[in-house]
Ligand binder design. Structure first.
Ligand SMILES: [Zn+2]
Ligand SMILES: [Zn+2]
Length: 249
């Protein structure tokens, strides 16, 4: 499997790092994890057609993880070439995502669109299989309801978490993974309970034996320091995510 980090930034605009967004693929399936602003621009630049993206997993509904969904939904509902459409477009997320997408549809005047049956919104609470991928949701701790996803593909395991503090759900999702893409947004002294500091991420990565740690969603002011903070507690391989980085597992 191959994973491309489209957006490695936070909610604070920063020219080199756009909002959270990831593309996971093998030769049969393309699956998205988060869909923050800037996603569609990057997908288009990479030549990836929106028609082919019929499985989108959202970690939580903060705009830096979900705001390009409204554009994506408009495109699918009004698709200029119906022949290219997949049968259904699935959007998965935590409990409440059904209501959130309904509200999004209302806000964008799409709630009575004739093609709404193309969409299926799923509040995910158990493992789902898409081709050779097995994807499991884990409830994590953030200021709104949020999920981390563990992805298993043959013998390999990967974790993607959007925003989360140090918690049991995140530890379970990360346990013995070959690669994990996790946030470290602010330094410890900011004392934010809804995100991880570098030290906390290092502790979690060491405890869960992550083989390769991809650090994402780092505030730009924290970038020069974050790796040092993680290293205080973690002995494995650390890579600071950049937009359009690609990993093969
Ligand atoms: Zn958030
Ligand atoms: Zn965020």
């Amino acid at each position: 499997m191959k994973i491309t980090i489209l957006g490695s930034g936070t909610f604070v605009p920063f020219a080199k790092r756009t909002c959270s967004s990831h593309l996971l693929e093998d030769n049969k399936n393309k699956i998205m994890f988060d869909f923050g602003s800037g996603t569609i621009n990057y997908l288009t630049k990479l030549g990836i057609k929106l028609y082919g993206l019929n499985h989108i997993f959202i970690s939580h509904m903060h705009a830096d993880h979900s705001s390009d969904l409204s554009h994506f939904i408009l495109f699918i509902l009004d698709a200029p070439d119906k022949n290219k459409l997949k049968e259904k477009y699935f959007i998965y997320g935590p409990e409440g995502i059904n209501r959130d997408i309904e509200n999004m549809l209302k806000a964008f005047h799409l709630d009575d669109h004739k093609n709404l049956n193309r969409l299926k919104i799923i509040e995910l609470n158990k493992e789902i299989k898409i081709g050779s991928f097995r994807i499991s949701p884990f409830l994590v701790s953030h200021d709104i309801i949020a999920l981390a996803y563990r992805i298993e593909y043959f013998q390999k395991a990967l974790c993607y978490s959007g925003d989360s503090s140090y918690c049991e759900g995140l530890k379970e999702a990360c346990m013995n993974t070959d690669l994990a893409i996790i946030e470290a947004t602010f330094p410890k002294h900011c004392n934010l309970r809804n995100h991880l500091s570098g030290e906390e991420l290092g502790k979690l990565a060491q405890e869960t034996k992550i083989k390769k740690l991809i650090v994402t969603h780092v505030a730009d002011t924290y970038l020069p320091q974050v790796k040092k903070d993680i290293k205080k507690n973690y002995k494995g391989k650390i890579i600071i995510a950049k937009d359009l980085m690609r990993f093969k597992i």
